[in-house]
Design a protein around this ligand. Sequence first.
Ligand code: MG
Length: 402
Amino acid sequence: MSRTRERTIEPGGIGAGTPILFTREERLAREERELAPYAMRATRSRGRRHPEPEDRFRTVFERDRDRIIHSTAFRRLEYKTQVFVNHEGDYYRTRLTHTLEVLQVARSLACALGLHEALVEAIALAHDIGHPPFGHKGEEALDEKMTEHGGFRHNRQALRIVDLLENRRAAYPGLNLTAEVRESLLKGERKRAPEAAEFESHPQFLLEAQVVDAADETAYTNHDVDDGLKAEIFPEEALEPLAIWRRARRVAEGEASGSDPRMRVRRTVNALIKIMIGDLTEHSSRTIARLRLDSPEAGRDASETAIGHSPEIGAEVAELRAFLRKNFYEHYRVTRMMSKARRVLEALFDAYIANPRTLPPPFQEWTEKVGLERGACDYIAGMTDRFARDEYRRLLDPLERA
Ligand code: MG
């Protein structure tokens, strides 16, 4: 600790010419000093399945975050659907841009609440890597096909990816992430999934995982309003009856956004996300105090989720979510895209099962280890939207080159 104090930069404390290196030890000491008592700390990690030497500069959670960014599954998020199928337009969110928005919201919350930023970043960046092509419809299609073989859920798939499917070392499969990140990826599947057996059961997630969950909802609620308006799935007037939209518009009007209606909508969407983040931050801070959380374990064992909206804003967000379900996710244009997408995945699955030799050789080998259905499912789940469509043509259109 004393060495750390010497190196701390006070105003004018370290002059030019003094080499500055914040090693891992110093970062760990900084975590101890600066994070809230209920924040997770890298020193308290339960570690990795395959022990490895520590990095000179980065803490375990920083390394997890970096491994996720360099993974194949993370890069593929660029070509996976959020709501709109990837090729439908260049303006809409993909899973990659959605993930970056989740990261932004989660970091805002984590910084304000004194939580572990790098852990939050790692969980946020990986939170959607288990999604198959074509979003939730793709997930439904695979889950149905896998009914007799253990089912398919994107959260469990995220864990399969980081534990088994990514390749970065000869010694073991996967990214070898810390238990904290791995467990957080299972989210709602924590209690049911067989993979969850290795994790201790607590009523709540780590606060850092709760932050990502809240950030996920905040990000998609806001960008779906934005994309829905942009794609003219619903007009601005349709949002008028919603209390939270009127609340956001009052904020936007207060800042003189000019007479351009598009700018007014843009400012209103911006106010909407600000309202949601502000409420999450302040209400969570009050809840944490009320629950007297004084350690990461206290957060996990609390009787309620500490990160969340106030009852008032929570109800308004729920109203907006109900609006989006009805007017966006179930809109006929989205439904048409999705039913086509679903057929593509079903047909691919059936084709691989009917003739496993149509799978690429590494996946033929993989099916010998994990079973034909699970192996084919892993292969399909890893595809991007575009790859799945091309593969459909190659495999099933007799006039197309194989
Ligand atoms: Mg998400």
